[in-house]
Design a protein around this ligand. Structure first.
Ligand SMILES: Cc1cc2nc3c(=O)[nH]c(=O)nc-3n(C[C@H](O)[C@H](O)[C@H](O)COP(=O)(O)OP(=O)(O)OC[C@H]3O[C@@H](n4cnc5c(N)ncnc54)[C@H](O)[C@@H]3O)c2cc1C
Length: 307
């Protein structure tokens, strides 16, 4: 999170959240909005209408700003709208490169975001608490990840084979939130418009294009688009592939693992979602048939004994 000044315009950057952007959104956007402390609220531009653009816009409105969102794609066509939807701020940074200051910001953003989502639980915003089970072939020792973030997962327990219905796997149980991105984004768009926000469909090709906006303060929430637009060579893609099946309201838990490669099952209200892949540096967008087959076959084996 940082802001820069060009031609007397302030640009606040709010992008680069890897596999945890949905989870971190409110906290990351709160950090971004903090960059405007001391400014007189007036007209502000937000570029991007994914989860970072929408949460930045809502927090700016609450702080008294008059917000216009400029975006190439409307919310329905953003990466945010296809996120799997677990509240888990993971796969966000490279451990070897994270400074203590960055990690402290991550802890703060995680806590703020968790709190914000907790206040939005229910069908209106598409958020509910669910049990999750991480499955693997060897026993668990404690709970992985940063202690501050782990503390936000409730009812944690490490279970032996026989203490759960998933066969011979060792399981780690926890409770976190399932976020249905389609429901959430649609509702945030509505909240934004009710509060007087305006959308303009526009693609920016260069920095000078961005600086041609009338607004003196501009929030850059362009996700992967920021690499080209702002010349950020450190930003890289991570390709994720999902399989969508018809929803099954009887399923009220997540699973992670339980086979080879990246695997997860999320019972979203719109789809029963099977994942997945996580391929850093892969910019391709095509569906990989062998990955689809692996994902479906592995889940078919995992749930073979279920009624
Ligand atoms: C398969 C998959 C599963 C995931 N699962 C989870 C999960 O379970 N939990 C979680 O927390 N996170 C998850 N994520 C990560 C999450 O989806 C992202 O971190 C998050 O959506 C990023 O949001 P964003 O608003 O920054 O970017 P985006 O949603 O990509 O939005 C970017 C916006 O900027 C606009 N834009 C870009 N370039 C330009 C330009 N030049 N001019 C104008 N507009 C521009 C776009 O049109 C778009 O509106 C997952 C991601 C994937 C791919």
């Amino acid at each position: 999170m940082k802001s820069e000044t060009y031609d007397q315009k302030t640009i606040v950057h709010n992008y680069g959240h890897g596999g945890g952007g949905l989870s971190l959104s409110w906290g990351s956007s709160a950090l971004a909005v903090r960059e405007t402390v001391g400014m007189q609220p007036g007209d502000v531009a937000v570029i991007g209408s994914g989860i970072m653009g929408l949460t930045s816009a809502r927090l700016l409105q609450d702080a008294g700003w008059n917000v216009t969102i400029y975006t190439r794609d409307v919310w329905r066509h953003t990466t945010s709208n296809v996120a799997a939807g677990e509240w888990a701020p993971y796969s966000v940074y490279e451990g070897s490169r994270a400074s203590p200051a960055f990690l402290s910001q991550l802890d703060w953003a995680s806590r703020v975001s968790h709190h914000a989502y907790t206040n939005l639980t229910g069908p209106d915003y598409g958020i509910r608490f669910l049990e999750g089970y991480t499955l693997r072939g060897r026993p668990f020792d404690g709970f992985d990840g940063r202690a501050e973030i782990a503390s936000l997962f409730a009812h944690k327990a490490n279970l032996e084979p026989g203490e759960h219905p998933f066969g011979d796997w060792y399981a780690q149980r926890f409770v976190t939130m399932q976020i249905d991105p389609g429901v959430l984004l649609r509702r945030l768009v509505q909240d934004f418009q009710v509060a007087g926000g305006r959308f303009v469909v526009r693609e920016f090709a260069t920095l000078s294009d961005v600086l041609s906006l009338d607004e003196g303060v501009i929030f850059n929430c362009t996700g992967l688009g920021a690499g080209e637009l702002f010349g950020d060579e450190e930003l890289t893609a991570a390709k994720g592939q999902l399989v969508f099946l018809p929803p099954d309201p009887a399923i009220d838990y997540f699973t992670f693992g339980g086979g080879s490669g990246v695997l997860y099952m999320f019972p979203r209200s719109d789809v029963l979602l099977l994942g997945g892949t996580f391929k850093p540096g892969d910019y391709t967008r095509h569906v990989e048939a062998d990955e689809t087959e692996r994902i479906v076959d592995a889940h078919a084996s995992l749930f073979a004994g279920f009624g």
